[in-house]
Design a binder for this molecule. Structure first.
Ligand SMILES: C[S@@+](CC[C@H](N)C(=O)[O-])C[C@H]1O[C@@H](n2cnc3c(N)ncnc32)[C@H](O)[C@@H]1O
Length: 277
C-alpha cells in the first residue's frame, strides 16, 4: 500500500483523519513538495507503525498539536502538551493589539495564567527591552512555559501564584487570558478540548467570570500609574467583564473589541482618551 492509499482509507474512517497527513508531515518535518513526492511510494514498515499510532490518537480526538508536540504562535514555536492549553489564534490577536498600542521601550508586563507562556513570551520576543513576568497557579504549566522560554532564548521571570497571591511589584501592562468557560457550557465544546486540555485552563465558577472578578478587585495595587489591562474574554462576556472593571476603575476607559471573526474577544482597560501608541 502506498501513502496516499493509506491516507485515503483512514480519511473514510473518521472526521478528523484529514489531520493525519498534516500531523505526519509535521512530525517528519517534510516540506510540501517532499510530502507530495512521497504519496505514491510504498509505506515503509516503521512509517506504517507511526501512521497507525497517529491515526489511533486522532480517532480518540486527541488534538493534532498535542500529537505533534509543538505549535506556531505569533512569532514563536512553542512546545505544547496536556500541561497547558493549546494557544489559540484569537490570543495572537490580543498579542498583536498590545504590541500595536504600546510601541515603547522598557515596560513591565505581567501575564496572569500564562499556560505555555504564549502571550508573555511572544511579547518579550517582540519587545526585548520589556521586563516580563509569567504567572500561573499550575506548576506544571510554569514548567512548560520555562521550557518554552529557554527554547526561544527569552529571559523572563516566573511566579507560581493564585491570580495575584504571590505577585510583587507593579506593572505597566497586566494581560490575562484566564479560564472563562462556565461549568455548564460543556455541551458547546469540542470533545477534544473537554477530553485533553486541562480543566484548570478552561473552567471558572461564577458563570466563567470568577478570575475576571478577582482581577478586577485586585489589579489596582499591581498597576503602575497609567497602567493598562488587556484581557481575552468569551464571546458573550464583554458587557459583564466591562461592568466588573468599571466598578474598580470608574475613571478608566474600557473597550470591548472583536476578534477577526467579529466576536467580542478582548477587553482593554486604559486611561481615558490616552494616545494609544
Ligand atoms: C485559558 S488558559 C491560557 C493560557 C495562555 N495564557 C494562553 O493564552 O494560551 C488559562 C491559564 O490560567 C491558569 N489559571 C487558572 N486558574 C488560575 C489562577 N487562579 N491563578 C493563576 N492562573 C490560573 C491555568 O493554569 C491556565 O494555564
Amino acid at each position: 500500500m502506498n501513502y496516499k492509499e493509506f491516507f485515503d482509507e483512514r480519511e473514510k474512517d473518521a472526521q478528523n483523519q484529514e489531520d493525519l497527513g498534516y500531523v505526519y508531515r509535521y512530525i517528519k518535518k517534510l516540506d510540501r513538495l517532499s510530502y507530495l513526492n512521497l504519496l505514491n511510494k510504498e509505506i515503509e514498515e516503521n512509517d506504517r507503525q507511526l501512521l497507525e499510532n497517529i491515526s489511533q490518537r486522532l480517532a480518540q480526538n486527541e488534538p493534532a498539536q498535542y500529537i505533534v508536540g509543538d505549535t506556531d504562535f505569533y512569532n514563536l514555536n512553542l512546545k505544547v502538551d496536556p500541561r497547558a492549553l493549546i494557544p489559540r489564534p484569537e490570543t495572537e490577536e490580543l498579542v498583536d493589539l498590545i504590541l500595536k498600542e504600546n510601541e515603547v521601550e522598557n515596560l513591565k508586563v505581567l501575564d496572569v495564567g500564562t499556560g505555555t507562556g504564549a502571550i508573555g513570551l511572544s511579547l518579550k520576543k517582540a519587545r526585548p527591552s520589556w521586563q516580563v513576568t509569567l504567572a500561573d497557579i499550575s506548576t506544571d504549566a510554569l514548567a512548560l512555559a520555562n521550557t518554552n522560554a529557554e527554547a526561544n532564548n527569552l529571559s523572563v521571570d516566573f511566579v507560581q501564584s493564585d491570580v495575584f497571591s504571590s505577585v510583587n511589584g507593579s506593572f505597566d501592562i497586566i494581560v490575562s487570558n484566564p479560564p472563562y468557560i462556565a461549568y455548564d457550557e460543556q455541551d458547546l465544546m469540542d470533545e477534544s478540548v473537554i477530553k485533553y486540555e486541562p480543566d484548570l485552563a478552561l473552567y471558572a465558577t461564577e458563570s466563567g467570570l470568577a478570575i475576571y472578578n478577582r482581577l478586577a478587585a485586585n489589579s489596582e495595587q499591581f498597576l503602575s500609574q497609567g497602567g493598562k489591562i488587556y484581557l481575552e474574554i468569551g464571546f458573550n462576556q464583554g458587557q459583564a467583564v466591562k461592568n466588573l472593571f468599571q466598578k474598580s476603575f470608574p475613571k478608566k476607559e474600557i473597550r470591548i473589541l472583536p476578534d477577526l471573526a467579529g466576536l467580542d474577544r478582548m477587553v482593554v482597560i486604559s486611561d481615558n482618551g490616552e494616545v494609544r501608541k
